[in-house]
Design a protein around this ligand. Structure first.
Ligand code: NAG
Ligand code: NAG
Ligand code: NAG
Ligand code: NAG
Ligand code: NAG
Length: 453
């Protein structure tokens, strides 16, 4: 599995790097001087993309097959991090790896409408650093014993190259994407190896910088969580609309589905309870409207078999009313977003799974309208049946919730780069992340008495 396939990929690879560099060049020419641009809608939302040496981004991709303890991720670099299409004629579906969000984000920011080449007029400074990919060498060998150093090279660069850009707001206006859970970057500086994680978010050097992660800590300081990329990246409004129409039309003949792994150990936990309840309830019951209702479907995604293969679970999610999103190794799951995409109502078992996380994209005050919450302890220790809880929800209420979920689809997907203008008019996960970041930076600068420019 770990054999190097770089040689077979190298023509693609060279082309990929070439295309990305060309895009970068085009974009840096596109960055205009903020004050020259009369577009009023850009006021207060100018972004400057810092030019970083390629060792902070593109060079890191050349080692994609070289980590002895981490799978070869070269295939997922294709299409600027969207991965390969699921099949040749697919127009919106890709084999996307969520950890490639740094590439996806980088490519998307190049077409952000309010870029400025002048950092002194920018409201936010973006660092195109592939932090999660750079972290691999600390997390999975060879640099595992120096993981407290992750980020220091970048900091030194920012202090030596045009240091006034940092100094203007002491880094408070800088942001970057770190496409892993914040936990992976939160190893205390005082701990000796080999404890998991790098110390990027523990370094005082980066306290002021906003990091966009796939999951935040229980008490986040620098980071804010943004949606995991799913496999759906439509290039135009028509394809988005036809997907949404399909989601709305789908016959929901399954009450609930769980797509995931775990739950096989003997210690009580929520995944195990789900597995047990699902395997005991294989019987088919008929609802009043004579649609066959299967109470539960379990899609075994052990060993990462589903990760790059959306067909394995999307069809069943389209047929299901509810998608169970129990915590596993981490409280958050990409599956939450796959399910929303399918119009499948999420069922959460702890607040850390979403409500405490994705406030810019999933409005906190609306959780009761688009999701169900069942405390995991009630299920695991008190024998509460998930099927009973979900069956008790009136049909009209389920329909209302599903409609709310469908409304969220455009907000949580990352549309394809270079997409049509019609689609650009809708705010997607990227747009909301930039908007959230800029607002956060504004309020920080005001709070800290640093003054807004
Ligand atoms: C890639 O791996 C080689 C060998 O492990 C190492 O010498 C080199 O510095 C790595 N390159 C990057 C950009 O990390
Ligand atoms: C998909 O297209 C590629 C090149 O365009 C071709 O090599 C491959 O055979 C095609 N695959 C299928 C399943 O048609
Ligand atoms: C890290 O340090 C430990 C203990 O000092 C050592 O056994 C191990 O070989 C080191 N790992 C690497 C990759 O250098
Ligand atoms: C972070 O901001 C504080 C002021 O809010 C400042 O004192 C500190 O020096 C800044 N840190 C860095 C590394 O610039
Ligand atoms: C489910 O089946 C397991 C054995 O497979 C049994 O131990 C358990 O009591 C059953 N639970 C329910 C709620 O029927």
């Amino acid at each position: 599995m770990f054999s190097s396939i770089k040689s077979t990929l190298s023509p693609f690879f060279t082309l990929f790097l070439l295309l990305l560099s060309l895009d970068l060049i085009v974009a840096s020419h596109r960055q205009t001087t903020g004050s020259d641009n009369p577009e009023p809608e850009c006021a207060g939302r100018w972004v400057h993309v810092r030019k970083l040496p390629s060792r902070f981004n593109l060079d890191l991709l050349t080692n994609c097959s070289d980590y002895p303890l981490y799978d070869d991720f070269c295939p997922y670099l294709a299409n600027h991090g969207l991965g390969h299409k699921t099949h040749n004629r697919s127009r919106s579906w890709y084999r996307t790896d969520s950890f490639m969000l740094e590439l996806i984000f980088h490519r998307r920011i190049l077409e952000y409408p309010c870029l400025t080449s002048d950092p002194s007029t920018a409201d936010a400074i973006f660092l195109p650093y592939y932090a999660g990919i750079d972290a691999l060498r600390y997390l999975f060998v060879p640099d595992i014993n120096s993981s407290a150093e992750h980020g220091l090279d970048l900091f030194r660069f920012l202090q030596s190259d045009s240091p006034h850009v940092w100094q203007r707001h002491a880094g408070h206006d800088h942001f970057l994407v770190m496409a892993r859970a914040a936990w992976d970057f939160s190893r205390p500086l005082t701990n000796d190896p080999p404890i998991w994680g790098t110390s990027f978010l523990e370094l005082p050097e980066f306290y002021n910088v906003t990091a966009l992660t796939l999951e935040s800590r229980a008490w986040p300081w620098q980071e804010h969580a943004i949606p995991y990329p799913t496999s759906f990246h439509p290039p135009n409004l028509q394809l988005l609309d036809s997907w949404i129409a399909r989601v709305r039309r789908a016959r929901r003949t399954i009450l609930m589905v769980f797509a995931g792994g775990g739950g096989t150990s003997s210690t009580p936990n929520i995944r195990r309870s789900i597995r047990t309840e699902c395997s005991n309830k294989t019987g088919i019951s008929t609802s009043s409207s004579s649609i066959i209702i299967k109470p539960c479907e379990f899609i075994d995604c052990s060993n990462g078999v589903c990760e790059h293969d959306p067909i394995r679970y999307m069809r069943t999610m389209l047929q299901s009313s509810f998608c169970l999103q129990p915590p596993g190794d981490t409280p958050t799951r990409r599956s939450t977003f796959d399910g929303i995409l399918a119009g499948c109502i999420p069922v959460f078992f702890e607040e850390q799974s979403a409500k405490a996380q994705f406030g810019w994209h999933l409005p906190e005050e609306q959780y009761g309208e688009f999701s169900v919450f069942i405390l995991k302890e009630e299920v695991v220790f008190k024998g509460l049946s998930i099927i009973d809880v979900l069956t008790a929800i009136p049909k009209a209420e389920v329909r209302r919730m599903r409609e709310k979920v469908i409304e969220l689809i455009p907000r949580i997907m990352y549309r394809r780069h270079g997409s049509s203008l019609g689609l650009r008019a809708k705010k997607d996960a990227f747009d909301l992340a930039v908007e959230g970041t800029i607002n956060r930076i504004k309020s920080r600068l005001t709070e800290d008495g640093l003054g807004v420019r």
